[in-house]
Design a protein around this ligand. Structure first.
Ligand SMILES: *Cc1c(COP(=O)(O)O)cnc(C)c1O
Length: 253
């Protein structure tokens, strides 16, 4: 999956770099148009480049193209890349994959935000490794708004259960080492991105609901939208879109 031992030839690298630069700029333009299509400012949406499953050369190419917000799903894979890119200033690494509790310490020490907080147990673990210092770890709560069983996240598909959900997540808001900034979701995969729209709308409604219930928190971040549907997500209020394939190409493995 992650070919750290492969040294590509120069021609391959140049080609890869050019293609990634073109894709990266194109996606930035599409983000700006999607924002403008509903009267949002392009700078209200951040582009995260999802680098999981891509080799280091691809990550370097997208950083050279200007990307500074990178998303990874697996801690071990991410650590190798972080190490290799540690001399580039200003790169922000966000964790977007399911985190096993035993990896919580590594995650809290190496990522600047975790989008995939999906249980109180994980929140407690992350909190344990961040509190004590004056650092608070920004996190998002991953919500399953589709009811798909294969998806991680807080069960949030049934709006009648949102009251119960608030009771489950309330303890997380009190953790001194975490700073809850908003919500993340991954809708089911559709060939037609319009079909994802109701799920983005539901996450937005949940955001409003939580804002009302817990009004001292801003809930401002909505991490939603991937290669196939980020424009729809932006129209529905995404503040961070997570794009991999459309910039870096297909993942190997
Ligand atoms: C892989 C992944 C993405 C990126 O998906 P693409 O379709 O390649 O853009 C976004 N979010 C999460 C949580 C992912 O696991």
């Amino acid at each position: 999956m992650f070919r750290e031992n492969v040294v590509p030839n120069q021609q391959f690298t140049d080609h890869l770099t050019g293609r990634i630069l073109t894709n990266y700029q194109l996606i930035l333009e599409r983000i700006a148009s999607a924002a403008q299509s509903i009267g949002r400012k392009p700078d209200q949406v951040r582009l995260m480049v999802v680098t999981k499953g891509h080799p280091l050369e691809a990550v370097q190419a997208v950083v050279a193209a200007g990307a500074r917000l990178l998303g990874e799903n697996y801690v071990d894979e991410a650590l190798v890349k972080m190490q290799a890119l540690s001399s580039y200033p200003g790169i922000e690494w966000h964790m977007i994959g399911h985190v096993q509790s035993r990896k919580a310490e590594l995650v809290s020490q190496n990522f600047s935000c975790v989008h995939s907080v999906d249980s109180l147990k994980l929140a407690n673990r992350l909190n344990r490794y961040t509190s004590g210092g004056n650092h608070r770890l920004p996190v998002l709560l991953e919500c399953n708004v589709s009811g798909e069983e294969s998806k991680f996240g807080w069960d949030a598909w049934d709006e009648r259960q949102w009251n119960a959900l608030t009771k489950e997540i309330a303890p997380i808001l009190d953790l001194p080492g975490l700073e809850v900034l908003g919500l993340m979701t991954m809708p089911p995969f559709f060939l037609n991105p319009e079909e994802a729209r109701p799920y983005f709308q539901k996450l937005r409604r949940l955001q409003m609901y939580l804002k009302e219930r817990f009004s001292t928190f801003s809930w401002e971040e909505l991490s939603m939208g991937m290669s196939g549907d980020f424009e729809v997500a932006i129209q529905e209020g995404a503040t961070i879109v997570r794009v991999g394939t459309a910039i870096l190409g297909e993942r190997s493995g």
